[in-house]
Design a protein. Structure first.
Length: 255
């Protein structure tokens, strides 16, 4: 059957490299529906509510502030070891359209636990709309993706296998979701060590959350505890920040 050969675009080449780097990670996953009623109430009253991605990024980073295992990566070089990063670094999957092609590029956000929720949200929104050349992380990624295959593999190996480089390239956790396009349970993969995915809010005010993690770093019991803490942080600290940012004006009803 005669087909049409197509050149692999740079964004698609990035995903090819990402999947190659993820193949050797022994991922396991845990999912749970979180009750986010208080968060929904706070978000409904906010003048300019943050997006769900921003809320999950900051909430997970706040939990990781007190749970060092969530800032720990598996490093292979110079010998196999666990390496604890001093702060969280998020890698957020950003859906864009480049050259008429839908693609996903990761945006790096350093220490989101120390940023305002509005600042985290602004970083994510800018990454969705600004030209690639104006986003430092995107420029860095595309420079590497343009390299010949042997040099790309070497660059990825350095970024992945040295613990101190993981924060510079891949971060301590990732957030990815297709909730904006409807329901569905996403189980994405990355080079690790943690990736969070969330669905749409249900009529019972719950949201389904999946955490996948590198089993070399930790086990299921700590992750089950993390999901409980994540629910608590969303409903307390994140909800409080939404309320503090300002509420929608209440309109008087004429009689």
């Amino acid at each position: 059957m005669r087909g049409t050969p197509k050149t692999i675009s740079l964004p698609r080449r990035l995903i090819v490299d990402l999947m190659h780097a993820s193949m050797g990670v022994p991922f396991v996953s845990l999912s749970r529906s979180l009750d986010v009623g208080p968060l929904l109430a706070a978000r409904a009253g906010a003048i300019a509510p943050a997006g769900w991605a921003a809320m999950f990024v900051k909430a997970f980073a706040l939990v990781a502030r007190d749970e060092p295992v969530l800032r720990t990566v598996y490093a292979k070089w110079p010998w196999p070891s666990l390496y604890e990063l001093p702060k969280s670094v998020a890698s957020v999957a950003i859906a864009r359209v480049e050259g008429g092609e839908e693609c996903v590029i990761p945006q790096r956000i350093v220490a989101p636990e120390a940023m305002t929720l509005a600042a985290v949200d602004a970083e994510i929104r800018r990454a969705k709309t600004a030209p690639i050349d104006e986003i430092p992380m995107f420029r860095k990624i595309m420079r590497v993706t343009r390299l010949p295959l042997p040099l790309r593999r070497l660059s990825w190996a350095i970024g992945l296998k040295f613990g101190r480089q993981r924060g510079n390239w891949f971060g301590s956790f990732a957030v990815s979701s297709v909730a904006a396009y409807g329901g569905g349970e996403l189980h994405p993969i990355t080079p690790g060590p943690f990736i969070v995915s969330y669905g749409v809010v249900g009529p019972d005010q719950t949201i389904h959350v999946v955490i996948r993690w590198d089993h070399r770093v930790t086990d299921a019991a700590p992750i089950a505890r993390v999901l409980t803490q994540l629910e608590q942080v969303l409903n307390t600290e994140i909800a409080a920040e939404l309320r503090a940012a300002g509420s929608k004006p209440i309109r008087a009803v004429g009689t």
